[in-house]
Structure formats: structure tokens, C-alpha cells
Design a protein. Sequence first.
Length: 95
Amino acid sequence: MTAPESADATLIGRFGSLFRRDNRVMKITTHHVGEIRAEKSVQVAETGVIAGDVYAGELIVAGLVVGTVVAQELVVVRGGQIWGDVFAVRCRVET
């Protein structure tokens, strides 16, 4: 499950150098090092890698997260990986 591209998205590109801010969606498309805190949705694309803790209302992982995940809703799609502790109210893993 890949989220559709939207003008309402925040894109974080190579090492956090490309930003487009919005309150709805933060999409990680390459590498990001450091903690992410978002009230709404964080999406890690298939090519995305986060090295750090993620705190989000919703987290959709198609890439890789290395760190602690705290989310109201977590979706790990086929091929997505989380290397760390997971704390979620709702969790779905697609196979």
C-alpha cells in the first residue's frame, strides 16, 4: 500500500534535505537520520529509511525504520521493516 502523491504532503529527501511542509502527511522517500514527531501521518516509501525514533498518529512503513516506533495506528506493508521496539494502539502487517 503506497500513499498517493499529494500536494498536501511533506517530502523528506536524501538525508532530510528536501522538505515540503503540511499538517497532514510526512513522506520519507530516501534517508532521514533523527527523531520524527508528527501528529498526523508519516509514510516511509519503499526507498525510505529512517534511523531514529518515530512518534506519529499514523505510520505506514513500506521501507525501513531503525528505532522505536510509537503510533496510534501502524501499518507495515509487504517489504516494510521495523528494527526496534513497537508501541501501537492498532497494528496491521500486510503479507
